[in-house]
Structures are given as C-alpha cells and as structure tokens.
Design a protein around this ligand. Structure first.
Ligand code: CP3
Length: 379
C-alpha cells in the first residue's frame, strides 16, 4: 500500500517535471542575438549587410528534409518540438541566412478550431470535412484553440535556445481570408469559387468567421511572442483571388485589427512589440492601403516593381522580397545578376531580401547559395 502510494507519487512528480519542461526552458534567458540585421532592417536602422531569408527555406528542396519526412508525417513534425526545431535548423546549416522561421503551417489554426487537416503527398493540404454552409460554423471550437496550439510555442522556445543567438526567429500565421479559403474549399483551389460565393451569399456569416479567425490569430501571435518569436509574418497568400475592391472589404479590416489588437495587447502586458510583416500575395494593387495598416514590413510578390513599391509605401516602411521563385532555376550567373539587380533596385536601407513566394521543391541547392551570396555582396 505504502509502496504503491510512493510509486504513484513518484510517477506524479515525474509527469509534472516532464510536462513543465517547456516552462522551465522558458524561464531561462535566451542567448544574446549576434546577427540582428533582420530586426534592424525591419525597424529602419542601419544594417551591416542586406539581410536575406527565403519563404519555405525549410522544405522539400532539401534532401535532409525529404529524409526526415519519410519517417514522420507532416503534422507530427509540426507538433513535435524536437523535430520542428531540427527542420527549422536544416537550411541554417547549409546557408548563411539572416533569419530562421519556425517550422509549422498556416493550417494549424483550422486544426485547432476543430477541422481535420491532412497533408497528402503530391496534392497538398486536404480538409475532408470543410465548411459548406453557415450551419457548419457551429462545428468550430474557438474555446481552447490557443491551448491546442501550445506545441508551436514550445517549439519556438526550444528553437531560441538551439539558435544560440545566431539569427532572429520569425513566427507566423495565416491571415483570416486565406484561412477561410482553405476551410471552405477543403484544400487549395485555383478559383476559390466556394469561399467567394460565401462572401456574396452569406456576407454576415463570412464576417463572423473572419472575426473568429482574427481573434484566434491575435491570441496565437501573442503566444508566439511570449514564447520567444522575435518577428512575425502574416501570410495573406490567397489575396491574389480578390479584386482590389474585395481585398479592401474582406481582407484589409481584419489585417488592420490583427496588428492593432496585437500591439495593444503586447504593450499593455509589457511584452516586446516585435516587428510584423504583412505578405499579401497578389495585392500589389493596394500597396498604399497596406502601408496604412501599421505593419513594419510589407512583403512583395515578384509581379511588383521595387521602385514603384517604394513610391507607393513611402520611406518609413521596410520592403521584403521579391525574386520570382522560378528564377532559382536559371543558371548561376543569370541568377546572380538578377539578384544583384534586385538588391540595387531596393537599396540597402529598409530592405529584406527574399523570394516573391515560397521556394519550390525542385530548386537546386546551389541556387540558394548563389542567392544568399549575391544579396550579401550586392552593396
Ligand atoms: O517558411 C518556412 O520554412 C516555414 C514553414 C512553412 C510551411 N508552410 C511548411 C510547409 C510556412 C511559412 C508555411 C506557410 C503556408 N502553408 C502558406 C503560406 C505561404 C505560402 O506559400 O503562400 C500556405 C498557403 C500553406 C498551406 C500549405 N502547406 C500548402 C498549400 C502546402 C502544399 C504546397 C507545398 O508547397 O507542398 C503546404 C505543405 C507544406 N507546408 C510543406 C512545407 C515544407 C510541404 C509539405 C510536405 O513536406 O509534404
């Protein structure tokens, strides 16, 4: 009896220690940052060199990523801090990048809200039971969503320690319209016809959903900052499906609220107000409007001309981008010239070099080397 009691107490103590590990880690101060060019560029301070990182820099173009994915399902990697950190570290071992971005996916929010999300090889994300009508909104479970995302915070905290201050760590989220699209279409879509039909057939329920997503996103980003994210990026990747008028009605108000509510929260709680990037793919028609939303950095896709973008956003916003991911398939000399030309067009101040969208799976490794070196040597 006594032994049984002692054993169960020991077990309880062990469980407590194991489950508190991330919290204990969080209590340790993070290592000092050695290369802060990304954060300086975001704030408009002078940089030693133009910072460069690449959207999807941890991904299928890396053989070591493919190798790890053979052993683990995509969302298992996201949900296991050790694996998420390993994958986040992979591109940093190979390339002289100026930032890391935590390995995760924008679709972890729909998952935390109760929808099933699967990653099918060669297809992409699949949501087998998408939202069909407003009736389905009842299936969403916003209460407790944040606690179901705590593994992202744990991975961020662990990654800050593993990085040892080498470069800043970026956290991220999908934006409301983009997430709404996946939740209604049930996966990627060429036309977004079902989600666009919601906007016209069920405008009030669409607003309800977009506001619910906005609330969850603000909680989620706050949690990422508390966990150690040093910068944040909001991916409005499906902006490309909206006209300018639709973008202003169905994306902009929520993007504005995300930034304002988050900054309010961080300020009130005495937390660091980290720089935030907005990447609205295909919304080059509204750069002026984007620049009024309060974001520190605006990400550009490759269809936008750097000098025209600068004219639109004015001098007090940092621009990020925007080489065409397809240029990574050119021969090294051509790629080097295109990269140098791009950096010259943007200039050294208030600029973060990147591609205009995620790196694609067949990209040769050498192209990453050429890109990073060309950015650093351009100015
Ligand atoms: O940038 C990074 O290195 C961090 C990791 C990251 C992933 N997804 C990993 C991933 C980030 C920032 C994302 C964001 C994301 N996810 C977006 C916004 C950015 C964009 O590309 O527009 C979107 C739309 C998604 C949804 C998503 N996830 C799609 C459409 C796909 C399939 C397409 C593809 O590239 O495979 C994914 C899968 C995914 N997310 C992979 C990775 C590395 C590949 C899947 C695999 O390993 O099997």
């Amino acid at each position: 009896m006594a032994i049984g009691l002692r054993l169960s107490m020991l077990l309880l103590a062990l469980i407590t220690i194991v489950s508190y590990k991330p919290t204990l880690q969080r209590l340790q101060p993070f290592p000092a940052l050695k290369n802060d060019n990304l954060l300086r560029a975001a704030r408009g301070d002078v940089v030693d060199r133009v910072p460069v990182w690449v959207m999807r820099q941890a991904g299928r173009y890396l053989p070591e990523f493919q190798e790890l994915r053979k052993q683990h399902d995509f969302f298992t990697v996201c949900r296991t801090p050790e694996l998420a950190c390993e994958v986040t570290m992979q591109p940093l071992r190979r390339f002289d990048l100026d930032a890391s971005i935590i390995f995760s996916d924008i679709l972890v929010i729909p998952q935390a809200l109760g929808l099933t999300v699967e990653m099918h090889a060669g297809v992409g994300p699949v949501l087998p039971q998408p939202l069909s009508t407003p009736e389905d909104l009842k299936r969403l479970t916003p209460d407790g969503a944040l606690s179901r995302l705590s593994y992202v915070g744990d991975a961020i905290t662990m990654m800050r320690h593993k990085l040892d201050g080498r470069v800043p760590l970026i956290g991220f989220t999908g934006a409301p319209w983009t997430l709404m699209g996946y939740m209604i279409e049930g996966g990627g879509s060429k036309t977004m016809s079902k989600s666009k039909a919601w906007l016209t057939e069920y405008p009030e329920d669409s607003k309800l959903l977009l506001n619910l997503l906005t609330d969850t996103i603000v909680d989620y980003l706050e949690m990422q900052v508390k966990s150690g994210a040093q910068m944040l990026q909001v991916f409005e990747s499906s902006a490309e499906h909206l006209s300018k008028e639709e973008f202003l009605v169905w994306a902009v108000p929520y993007l504005r609220r995300i930034r304002n509510d988050l900054v309010d929260r961080l300020t009130k709680k005495g937390l660091e107000v980290v720089p935030i990037t907005l990447f609205a793919k295909g919304a080059g028609h509204s750069l002026k409007e984007q620049s009024d939303l309060g974001y520190d950095v605006i990400g550009l896709d490759w269809t936008v001309d750097p000098r025209e973008a600068r004219e639109q956003v004015g001098p007090n916003i940092t621009l990020q981008g925007n080489l065409d991911p397809q240029d990574m398939y050119r021969d090294p000399e051509e790629l080097r010239n295109l990269t140098t030309e791009m950096v010259h067009k943007f200039g050294k101040s208030r600029y973060i070099a990147n591609l205009g969208h995620g790196i694609t799976p067949q990209t040769p490794i050498t192209s990453m080397e050429v890109l990073v070196e060309a950015v650093h040597q351009a100015l």
